[in-house]
Design a protein around this ligand. Structure first.
Ligand code: NAD
Ligand code: GLY
Length: 396
């Protein structure tokens, strides 16, 4: 594809960490050129980290493109799923890099969803004290969120993402065509995160996302809530609109990251990177009580946003009609797994051990309106309000 057809979003960090996100249908074809442009002129080898499912779909194209650009490209496949985002997998990947003779001027390419991206980014952050990497996200969640901003991590028994590093990629290549093979639940999960980004920071982005979902294409999945109406195939026009929407989502994420790259604990205003955790306090508790088996992360965020919205209304911060808009948007994202059978007390207990607590208190991201978030210390919210909000959200 012509590079001119790709949307380009700049992540304006310090001169050393400044990079671009290339977004568009077919953007994968630009990977070799992007790698040449963004890596060191001394880069000779590139190690692609992926999983079998994704590599079978697009690995051959990626390898061909990198080799055509003059790189000695090799690949290493990790297991599929959250449980493989571990120190053990990282160790094996590091071993692969060592045996492949990857040098400081060489690079890693992360090809896959957020699990591959976080793991490969972490490995790139620690190998030889940090080498370059390029994110090639292939899920909606990874394209609009996890591939942008340099958070890398692995999970341990103590919890998710507790071991990690901030390490910015040299480039992000988002091929929206890769989403055509994504299972519907993964799309729903990604759309929930997209709604979140609009809800916390931009009414315009929220509306743009909602309008796209209301179209009911195979990529938005809105109509799949009704079994009688199968989603329509996405037309060329819809694919173009979707690429524009994903670019807008990436631009929003980039803006937040640039304003608060390392998620400062002191920052409490609406520009804090922490606003991206809207819905995550309850989401982590839901994932934990269901042992990460019932919800995709974004689906749990769907319920989490509704609960945080309910709290915001009960505290008098948010108007009831704004909560209705949020509820309508989440329902357009797709059907969420059932949650009204879960034990409220167990969820509340899991909440209190949230790893993102500051000075012992959960930090709630709440809404003042669609497009404006506020961080509120959990010590200021009565447990009665949290319980009734949770009940209302899970009944949805
Ligand atoms: P995932 O990486 O597990 O991918 C979901 C599934 O889709 C997997 O089975 C994967 O193999 C498959 N898949 C990927 N691309 C596909 C394609 N094009 N076609 C068909 N199948 C495809 O899940 P995810 O939702 O992408 O990422 C979740 C992870 O992201 C979590 O570990 C979370 O902690 C992390 N995350 C990180 C950040 C960050 O800022 N670093 C932000 C949000 C989430
Ligand atoms: N997804 C949260 C962040 O990047 O900060």
């Amino acid at each position: 594809m012509l590079e001119s057809k790709v949307h380009r979003v700049r992540v304006r960090l310090s001169a050393r960490d400044d990079y671009h996100i290339e977004i568009g249908p077919g953007a994968l074809e630009t990977l070799g050129a992007v790698a040449r442009r963004s890596l060191s002129p001394y880069a000779r080898r590139v190690a692609v980290i992926s999983n079998r499912k994704v590599f079978n779909l697009m690995g051959a194209r990626v390898m061909k493109d990198l080799r055509a650009a003059g790189f000695a490209a090799t690949y290493w496949l990790m297991g599929d799923g959250e449980r493989h985002k571990s120190l053990l997998t990282a160790e094996r990947a590091l071993d692969f890099l060592t045996k492949s003779g990857i040098e400081r001027s060489d690079a890693v390419v992360a090809l896959g969803g957020g699990v591959v991206g976080d793991l490969a980014g972490f490995v790139a952050a620690v190998y030889l004290r940090g080498i370059a990497y390029i994110q090639v996200p292939t899920t909606l969640l990874a394209q609009i969120d996890s591939s942008v901003g340099g958070k890398t991590a692995v999970n341990t028994d103590a919890g998710k993402n507790l071991i990690g590093a901030f390490h910015q990629p040299r480039a992000v290549v988002v091929d929206t065509e890769t989403l055509r093979t994504l299972p519907p639940r993964e799309l729903t999960a990604g759309w929930c995160e997209a709604i979140k980004q609009g809800a916390v920071g931009s009414r315009r982005l929220f509306e743009e996302t909602r309008r796209f979902l209301a179209r009911g294409t195979s990529l938005s999945r809105a109509r799949s809530r009704n079994k009688l109406l199968e989603p329509a195939a996405a037309s060329a026009d819809e694919v173009v609109t979707m690429a524009k929407l994903i670019a807008a989502q990436c631009a929003f994420k980039a803006k937040i990251v640039v304003g608060d790259e390392r998620e400062s604990v002191e920052r409490l205003n609406h520009r804090s990177r922490r606003i991206l955790n809207f819905g995550h306090t309850i989401a982590h508790a839901l994932e934990s009580v269901t042992r990460y088996k019932r919800f995709r992360h974004g689906e749990a965020v769907g319920y989490g946003m509704l609960a945080a919205g309910e709290i915001s209304v009960r505290l008098g911060l948010l108007g009831a009609s704004e909560l209705e808009s949020l509820r309508a948007a989440v329902s357009l994202a797709g059907r969420l797994p059932r949650a009204n059978d879960l034990d409220e007390s167990a969820i509340l207990t899991a909440l209190s051990s949230d790893k993102k607590a500051v000075s012992g208190h959960v930090q709630w991201v709440l809404l003042e309106r669609i497009g404006r978030a506020r961080i509120v210390n959990g010590g200021e919210i009565s447990p009665r309000i949290v319980r009734s909000s949770l009940r209302a959200a899970l009944a949805a």
